[in-house]
Design a protein around this ligand. Structure first.
Ligand code: ZN
Ligand code: ZN
Ligand code: ZN
Length: 99
């Protein structure tokens, strides 16, 4: 199923970044969930948050894929394809895996 053609073209940046929306936090705003841009590591808030900074980041930069920034979640979302991406498979590997 060709859900998304962008994911394989992205070289994911290391999983880091603040545990807060980089745009809400300085403004003192609140958010619901966080998403991290797979292209540049920008951390923004989800569409359930007032700021919707992850979506705004996509519109501003064209970076297509965000992943959940919640520690226990492994999924992503492609904005252009409106596709949910399951990242729990072995392909991604590593991120957040304790050893
Ligand atoms: Zn895509
Ligand atoms: Zn935000
Ligand atoms: Zn980005």
């Amino acid at each position: 199923m060709p859900a998304c053609s962008h994911l394989e073209r992205i070289t994911p940046v290391a999983a880091a970044g603040p545990a807060e929306c980089t745009e809400c936090a300085p403004a003192g705003d609140t958010w619901v969930h966080l998403r991290r841009c797979l292209s540049c590591g920008h951390v923004g808030c989800c569409d359930s948050s007032p700021g919707r900074h992850a979506a705004r980041h996509f519109r501003a930069t064209g970076h297509p894929v965000v992943v959940s920034h919640e520690p226990e979640e492994s999924w992503g979302w492609c904005f252009p394809d409106r596709a949910f991406l399951d990242l729990t498979g072995p392909a991604g590997s590593g991120e957040g895996t304790p050893r």
